[in-house]
Design a protein around this ligand. Structure first.
Ligand code: ZN
Length: 383
């Protein structure tokens, strides 16, 4: 009998093992069922727009399983995309009240909440969260906080943010952003302010000079009828940034005209010919015509257009030809009108970073949010 009991021991052990395993399985199954049931209930309430009950169910689920945080973040993102910001905010705020979340989840949740706040126009709350994240070295919060300061036009705060994280930016991005923050601050100062160029000057003292401070200082001088100073800044600009020449060339010519030294303008144009686009070449032709060398201008432009095709150059050539061809003048003018109408449909500016195009000059690209990346268009339709 005792032997029989010994023989049955392994069977009893195996039975115990199987039963134990089944019980654990059943528990897990029961928990899954509970999660699925609460989740379905919660979603149904939300879909029926019974927000409070829906969120209550989903929060119950969160207590059951902290692993489902991802689901909530996705759900909140969906609400935000649909413009239902109050719901997105509610979910993020409730998530942040959960005691068991790890630091990384809390930070990404705070960032998401700050983005909700920005979209909802609750900018102070957004700033509070973003500053807290930046102080905790959460780098993902840096771009949104800088964009927020640019939106609220708090330029000095933006500069401070860049300066305290200078190692995270390339020199070009860092200097262009700070220079533009200073320029925006300068333009907001009252006109009677005696030191209104102080911020422009600060922008010029950055390790890398960028286009805008020189552009603005030239305009400021032109506004004050200080043509010599305007010429000084814009000559610097055109020699350092050939791609930006079309931004100031016309006004630069006006400064030289006012000083009765237009011949010096054409000397400058001559110096710029190799490094720049069609606009400088057109100005060169104007210089030749001014000196009575129309034939030479036609020859030069025809030759240039063969090498560098340009619609604007072609339009100017038509004007030149119309001036000397009495017989075909009306036809040439007609063709030029058509070409000019075509050119007018083409964007004047293009972002070198993302390709955004426009007829207006933006210092901050509305599409990719980078400073000074929008410049006069190039190529066949450009300048
Ligand atoms: Zn862009």
């Amino acid at each position: 009998m005792i032997e029989l009991l010994f023989l049955l021991l392994p069977v009893a052990a195996a039975y115990g093992y199987v039963m134990g395993k089944n019980s654990a399985k059943n528990q897990a199954h029961e928990q899954n069922r509970k999660i699925t049931s609460e989740y379905s209930k919660g979603l149904k309430f939300l879909l029926d727009r019974e927000e409070d009950q829906g969120l209550e169910h989903l929060i119950k689920l969160l207590e059951v399983s902290a692993d489902s945080v991802e689901h909530y973040l996705i759900l909140a993102t969906l609400f935000r995309k649909r413009g239902e910001l109050d719901r997105a905010i509610r979910i993020h705020e409730l998530l942040l009240k959960q005691p068991s979340l790890d630091t990384q989840v809390i930070q990404s949740c705070k960032l998401a909440l700050a983005e909700d706040y920005i979209m909802a126009g609750l900018l102070d709350s957004a700033e509070e969260h973003l500053v807290e994240l930046v102080k905790a070295d959460y780098e993902e919060a840096l771009t949104p906080i800088i964009q927020l300061y640019s939106q609220t036009r708090e330029w000095q705060k933006g500069v401070n943010m860049y300066e305290s994280h200078s190692d995270l930016f390339t020199e070009q991005v860092y200097c262009a952003a700070i220079a533009n923050f200073y320029c925006e601050a300068a333009l907001e100062r009252p006109a009677q302010d005696q030191c209104d160029t102080e911020y422009f000057e600060r922008a010029l003292k950055l390790p890398k000079t960028t286009i805008r401070p020189l552009f603005e200082l030239g305009h400021d001088a032109l506004g004050k009828e200080d043509n010599v100073k305007a010429i000084y800044y814009w000559r610097k600009l055109v020699s350092q940034f050939p791609c930006a020449i079309p931004l100031v060339l016309q006004d630069l010519q006006i400064c030289y005209q006012r000083l009765n030294i237009e011949h010096e303008f054409y000397t400058l144009v001559n110096d710029l010919l190799t490094a720049s686009g069609v606009l400088v070449k057109i100005k060169h032709c104007e210089g030749l015509m001014e000196a009575g060398n129309t034939e030479q201008a036609v020859e030069y432009l025809t030759d240039t257009l063969k090498r560098e095709p340009s619609i604007r150059g072609f339009s100017f050539l038509l004007k030149l030809l119309a001036q000397r061809q009495d017989k075909f003048q009306s036809v040439l003018n007609e063709v030029d009108n058509l070409v000019s109408a075509y050119v007018a449909t083409k964007p004047d500016y293009q972002c070198r970073n993302c390709g955004f195009t426009s007829h207006k000059l933006y210092w901050l690209c509305p599409s990719c949010k980078s400073w000074e990346s929008i410049l006069p268009s190039q190529g066949v339709d450009g300048y």
